[in-house]
Design a protein around this ligand. Structure first.
Ligand code: NDP
Ligand code: HSE
Length: 434
């Protein structure tokens, strides 16, 4: 088989990592594929910046169309990010018969259906290992290694930036804003980091994992998401006093006729398997009906780990090309995609244990008022901390509850937050594993 020619669109963090691996590990890749993988062209708006290794200027262009229309290029690798333009480039490349690799989780979560349909229509492969979990091969695990199983649960730390921020706030007591700054400097965060910290990025990744489990895209907007922006170091300290830490978890469970799909800051016991996943590391816990529990752990962001996942996709497609496989594997690895959308359980019906931090006036009777209203809504308290120390003029009253219904919690809080003894909106964090 002749060489496999690759064109890369986007020579930023992941693009540079990808090219560096293709250059540096050329010999082992050649041996594993059986053909040479040649970087034929790299498109980026900026062709001048130093990417950390020598690059032949003739390889660079500012025009992605040079790659998309090059008849010698077999695989187009989209690493520019963004949605509309990236989608147009991918669809055009597929129309031109090119196989596609992308790390673009936002695009796949929100427009995956259109891309998967085009791949089938034009008979090309599309691979997206880097879109979830950075360097962790979770997509291939679900598509191949676990393909004999019905998957009942996935629980993941899927966003490296928010995990890094929470870790720094927990271990060093850093304020939120300083931890965010560090995550940007280290190249974990997207620019701007809004989607990392508000839960959207983790929800994108959860949507991709769910689509592989069931063989159909999920309605992205139905996935509940809540970010870490409002957490304060105090919540992290109180969580520690109860024997918990706070992690941003993405959770899906199969409930038979519907699924849970939610992303939010979650209190997990300090001996929970997720509690020791720190820094920019991601971890994905998967439960299958025959295999039982599986855990995947690794760096979820950054140039080298993400580049590793992108190159694994290039190798995967190149092997198929070398072996003359005429029909590539369907994008979601299901022979006939489900026609029906998967219904997602509305959050109001969730049952969970909760952490509440009330900001209260330091007056007699406040605690009984709070517990009275919680009791009216059948929310039973399991633990309370009330410190006399004032924070911004109020006293924090912190409670853990037994399992309660989310709709009851919302009703109780809307009554509580209108009380004049409470000076601020109540902080609510769901507790996992009670
Ligand atoms: P970067 O912003 O570092 O790189 C993107 C590059 O693409 C930039 O150099 C940008 O140029 C260039 N670009 C933008 N538009 C065009 C265009 N029309 N033609 C050619 N080049 C263009 O992003 P990342 O490398 O971090 O991310 C790339 C993708 O990988 C995204 O989809 C991201 O979500 C995903 N991803 C990123 C991870 C990470 O750890 N960073 C991990 C997993 C996935 P300029 O800067 O001049 O605009
Ligand atoms: N910004 C993302 C994160 C990159 O922090 O997880 C990996 O997708």
């Amino acid at each position: 088989m002749s060489n496999i020619n690759v064109g890369i669109i986007g020579f930023g963090t992941v693009g540079a990592g990808t090219v560096e691996i293709l250059f540096e590990n050329r010999d082992i890749i050649l041996n594993r594929v059986g053909s040479e993988i040649i970087v034929k062209k790299i498109a980026d708006l900026d062709t001048q910046s130093d990417r950390g290794f020598p690059i032949d200027p003739d390889l660079l262009t500012t025009d992605a169309m040079e790659i998309i229309h090059d008849p010698q290029i077999d695989i187009v690798v989209e690493l520019m990010g963004g949605k509309e333009k990236a989608k147009d480039y991918i669809l055009k490349a597929m129309e031109n018969g090119k196989h596609v690799v992308t790390a673009n989780k936002a695009l796949l979560a929100e427009h995956g259906e259109e891309i998967y349909r085009a791949a089938e229509q034009f008979g090309v492969g599309v691979a997206f290992e880097a879109s979830v979990g950075g360097g962790i091969p979770i997509i291939r695990a679900l598509k191949d290694g676990l393909s004999a199983n019905r998957i009942s649960t996935i629980m993941g730390i899927l966003n490296g930036t928010s995990n890094y921020i929470l870790t720094r706030m927990t271990q060093e007591g850093l304020p939120y804003s300083e931890a965010v700054k560090e995550a940007i400097e280290l190249g974990y965060a997207e620019a701007p980091p809004t989607l990392d910290v508000d839960g959207t990025d983790a929800a994108h990744k959860l949507a991709i994992l769910i689509s592989i489990i069931y063989g159909t895209p999920v309605p992205f907007d139905d996935i509940y998401r809540e970010g870490i922006e409002n957490l304060v170091p105090e919540d992290i300290r109180f969580a520690g006093q109860f024997g918990y830490c706070i992690k941003m978890l993405a959770i899906t469970r199969n409930l038979g006729d519907r699924i849970e799909a939610r992303v939010h800051p979650t209190m997990v016991s300090l001996d929970h398997i997720m509690a020791n996943v720190n820094g920019a590391y991601n971890a994905i816990y998967v439960e299958g009906d025959f295999v039982g529990p599986n855990l995947y752990y690794g760096l979820g962001a950054g140039r080298r780990p993400t580049g590793s996942a992108v190159v694994s996709d290039i190798i995967y497609l190149a092997r198929q090309l070398c072996n003359g496989i005429s029909k590539p594997m369907p994008p979601l690895a299901h022979a006939s995609p489900q026609e029906k959308e998967i219904p997602i359980q509305p959050m109001e019906t969730l049952r969970a244990a909760y952490y509440f931090r009330f900001s209260a006036n330091d007056r007699p009777g406040v605690l009984s008022k709070i517990s009275g209203i919680l009791g009216d809504h059948e929310i039973s308290i399991s633990n309370v901390i009330q410190k006399g120390r004032k924070v911004n003029g109020s006293v924090p009253v912190v409670m853990l509850t037994h399992e309660a219904r989310e709709s009851s919690v919302s009703k109780a809080l809307s009554r509580l937050d209108s009380l004049d003894v409470l000076t601020d909106k109540t902080m609510v964090i769901r507790v996992e594993g009670e």
